[in-house]
Ligand binder design. Structure first.
Ligand SMILES: *Cc1c(COP(=O)(O)O)cnc(C)c1O
Length: 366
């Protein structure tokens, strides 16, 4: 069987280095708020080119904490509006609504599944404070037009960078394009921990300080609490593992790009809509390779029967989830079409050439 993502294989590629680190942390007796997190934060900040990186417990918390910090700073207040793509994972929405901010849904472009920047300005009201861009499936969502709109209306740009670590726009890495960005190190992400993990990068040092404090009980000095914070920390073990894996992220991304290019060149079945190659190859890190087809479930079943595991990212859009009953009446035709038609093919840095060829062949014979 060809797995959608063989995490065991991915992590065993770095077995020796990771095991040494794990043993070192285990023996050190220091498991939280220590040097491993400091080192990883420094490595991540350098890699992204951002002046600040803060390790947190997961990707959702990274995004939640960014908005929470803006509220604490008085730069946003309860009820303010945040523009967010309707076509995203629910975490993007949860970060907004958890802070009692109001999401304003934006339709994606059908060509790249990301927020349609041309339609952004029409959604702006006097209450709009921020735009959340999601670099969905690993593809950069950014343009000069976006920068101009944000500047014109004095809006913050928050990046949901959970899927796109290492992507670049004009030599600037995702996570350093906007005002602040949330990263996820969920095991299946391109940089995956051995459990949950996340990080925030941001430009403003004051914002960084507040986020760091909020993630640690609202405290910068032990037993002194300036905010009603959370407990959302990256632990030493995860940080140590991530610091090892970060060194290889560009090599891994290169392998993902090769597979994506092979799929695009090799899949010729006219029933399939392939993703477009981005204007520059660095704009996509191919966290997911997502195709579209009219009768998606039938193709998925055919591939399953032939030993190929696929997934759907995502089957139900956030505004149609029970969790958001009060948005269920809204309709976003492009978003809903995408949710009905997408299918994610296996892709990972350690997928074998014959596996790639088998996927291509089976899809072409469908
Ligand atoms: C994975 C993901 C998140 C949340 O990350 P967790 O670490 O699972 O909390 C947020 N946004 C997007 C787009 C994601 O893919």
């Amino acid at each position: 069987m060809i797995k959608f993502l063989d995490l065991q294989k991915i992590n065993l590629a770095y077995q020796q280095e990771i095991e040494e680190k794990l043993l070192q942390v285990f023996r050190s007796g220091w498991y939280l708020l220590g040097n491993e997190v400091k080192n990883f934060e420094a490595s991540l900040a350098t890699y992204i080119g951002s002046p600040n990186a803060i390790g947190v417990a997961n990707g959702l918390d990274a995004l939640r904490l960014i908005f929470r910090a803006y509220l604490e700073l008085g730069q946003m207040k309860v009820g303010d509006e945040v523009i967010v793509p309707a076509n995203t994972y629910i975490a993007s929405l949860l970060a907004i609504t958890d802070n009692r901010l109001k999401p304003v849904f934006a339709e994606p472009e059908i060509g790249n599944y990301n927020l349609d920047i041309a339609k952004l300005e029409a959604l702006i009201t006097p209450k709009t404070k921020a735009i959340m861009v999601v670099h969905l499936y690993g593809q950069i969502c950014w343009s000069e037009e976006l920068e101009a709109v944000a500047k014109k209306y004095n809006l913050k740009i928050i990046e949901d960078n959970a899927q796109a670590i290492g992507a670049e726009w004009n030599r600037i890495k995702s996570g350093n394009l906007g005002d602040a960005a949330g990263f996820s190190f969920y095991p299946g992400k391109n940089l995956g921990a051995l459990g949950d993990g996340g990080a925030v990068t941001c430009k403003d040092p004051i914002l960084a300080k507040i986020i760091r404090s909020l993630a640690n009980y609202g405290s910068q000095e032990k037993y002194v609490h300036e905010f009603q914070g959370l407990n959302s920390r990256l632990d030493e073990i995860q940080a140590a593992v991530l610091d090892v894996k970060l060194k290889y992220i560009d090599t891994d991304t290169g392998k993902r790009r090769e597979i994506a290019e092979k799929y695009i060149a090799g899949i010729t079945n006219p029933k399939i809509i392939l993703p477009n190659l981005p204007a520059a190859s660095k704009e996509h890190v191919w966290h997911l390779f997502v195709i579209r087809i009219d009768k998606r479930d039938e193709l998925q079943q055919y591939l399953t029967e032939n030993g190929i595991q696929t997934l759907i990212h995502y089957p139900i859009p956030p505004h149609k989830q029970k969790a958001y009953k009060y948005y269920n009446h809204l309709t976003f035709p492009i978003t809903e079409k995408i949710h009905n038609e997408v299918l994610s093919l296996p892709i990972s840095p350690f997928m074998e050439e014959e596996e790639v060829q088998k996927v291509i062949e089976l899809i072409n014979n469908y």
